[in-house]
Ligand binder design. Sequence first.
Ligand SMILES: [Zn+2]
Length: 241
Amino acid sequence: MNILAVGAHPDDVETMCAGTLAKYASLGHKVFIATATNGDIGSATLPMEEIGRIRKQEAANSAAIIGAEYICLDYHDEMFFEEPRKTRLDFINLVRHCKADVIFTHYPEDYNPDHELTGKIINDIAVMIPIAKLETEEPPYDVIPSIWYFEPSCSMRFVPTDYVDITDFYDTKMKMLNCMESQRAWMADNYASMRGDEDRFFDTIRITSEFRGMQAQCKYAEGFVRALDGMRTRMTERVLP
Ligand SMILES: [Zn+2]
């Protein structure tokens, strides 16, 4: 299968589903990681263009660890709005490029508008992938991908419907997150729960992985909610690794 994970910013996908992506890759599936924005407000000191370039490189380095391809749609961080026609077509083209069978993206309720919009657009366009009249550079293909939401930031109001045991892939997930070097200080400066402690970000990932592991009865797990898409996807299909 072809697996696509779409986040709003470089580091979203790594935080919430890198273990699952690493597991897919180890089973021989083709994995793609994409971001809607280039993360170009993610530094208090560097110019936007420079931090955007750095974060794309960090995301590409992270993807390379599991042999995944990284794609950035290059919208501006926190200034991501749905433009008529363009945004849907950009996302349709992305999914067609990856010929995705399964897509992971943001849960509909999240603190960040870029996250919510990214998840919404993926959910909106899934049914349009095979429609030839919606022309994009990449040709249509005859699959409507199955969509899975990963955890929102701080897991608020999120109750997984399914779990993936990532115990054997937890170290790989942390290696991928380690690539996001530019964001450690940024997070410690900007989020109250991590204030002044650059390692706190990694603690939050471990705590979440252990908590979901406790629920799933393994050491580390990632939790997901399957999008309710009975009209377009075979809900009986078991696609999680
Ligand atoms: Zn984000």
